[in-house]
Design a protein around this ligand. Structure first.
Ligand code: MBD
Ligand code: FE
Length: 291
């Protein structure tokens, strides 16, 4: 409940000595980076609080929101990562780390559903684990910035099913499904069968979902497949492929992908294909890793 039009605190910036004192309290920090980050955090939070004339009730509400977000911490549910994603912070961090390498494949945010160490799978195998959907054939090549194949790259893949759920969201499933680890061959390639991913809502029954509905935003992500590529002598690459023509790829602010995760050059043709294998789609990719 905003109290509006409260009298001003008093004369010109009476609070700056308080901010200065907090900032000075970090002077003894031996780690210069930590000192810089805490100093600017204090300055930024104080300025935010003062500019918005925050009331005690509002601050209590904010703390209750963050506390609730922190309590939803099962493997399958991380509200802090969702908060970072839905406020665009994850995409800003990603852009800072990865926007300076024009000749390599764009990165994308990790999201909450990566599980380390997925099961190793053979080239050409099917990772759908019995889930039905539009069959999808993937044929992807990993190269260095000059286009030379990278053999022995380890590629983790994960995606949701047709209903928009990742395996970790489905408690009745037995073992990992729609996630796997491939190793590229001498030509830098790996291939697999899966199903076409669909758009789906990020988990919205917690505090982040309430925030989205309070501002009239939808919780949907554009259809995508996640990849994490690790190769000796190269920077790890976290990326996603987006299905061209899929929902939530474009639109007005707040109408697109709920986590601001789409990059135009990651929107890829998932081409219709018929026989001899099941009718479905095929995706052909080539990724360039940074050395
Ligand atoms: C997802 O599946 C995802 O990829 C991201 C970035 C955020 C929430 C759910
Ligand atoms: Fe995802």
């Amino acid at each position: 409940a905003w109290q509006g039009n409260r009298p001003a605190v008093s004369a010109a910036d009476p609070l700056s000595p308080l901010t200065d004192e907090v900032v000075a309290s970090f002077d003894g920090c031996a780690n210069p980076r930590l000192r810089q980050l805490l100093t600017d955090l204090a300055r930024t939070l104080h300025a935010y609080t003062i500019r918005n004339d925050l009331t005690p009730q509002e601050w209590q509400q904010a703390i209750a929101f963050l506390t609730e977000a922190g309590h939803i911490t099962t493997d399958t549910r991380q509200e802090f990562i969702l908060l970072s994603d839905t406020l665009g912070v994850s995409s800003v961090v990603d852009a800072l780390a990865n926007s300076r390498t024009p000749d390599t494949t764009s990165s994308a945010i990790l999201g909450p559903f990566y599980v380390a160490g997925p099961p190793a799978a053979e080239h050409g195998s099917d990772i759908a684990g019995g889930f039905t959907g539009t069959p999808l054939w993937s044929d992807i090549k990993v190269t260095d910035p000059e286009g030379k194949p990278v053999a022995g790259a380890v590629v983790d893949v994960w995606q949701s099913n047709e209903d928009g759920f990742y395996d970790v969201q489905l408690p009745d499933l037995d073992g990992p499904v729609l996630r796997a680890r491939f190793t590229t061959d001498a030509d830098g390639r790996f291939t697999f069968w899966s199903i076409l991913p669909s758009e789906y809502p990020i988990p919205d029954d917690g505090p982040v979902g309430r925030m989205l509905s309070a501002v009239g935003r939808h919780p949907y992500r554009a259809p995508h497949v996640h990849f994490l590529i690790n190769a000796p002598g190269h920077q790890p690459l976290i990326t996603q492929l987006f299905v061209r023509g899929g929902a939530y790829l474009d639109g007005a602010p707040g109408q697109r992908d709920a986590v601001f995760g789409v990059k135009d050059d990651l929107i890829t043709d998932f081409t219709p294909r018929t026989g001899p294998t099941p009718d479905g789609r095929a995706v052909d990719g080539e990724w360039r890793l940074l050395e």
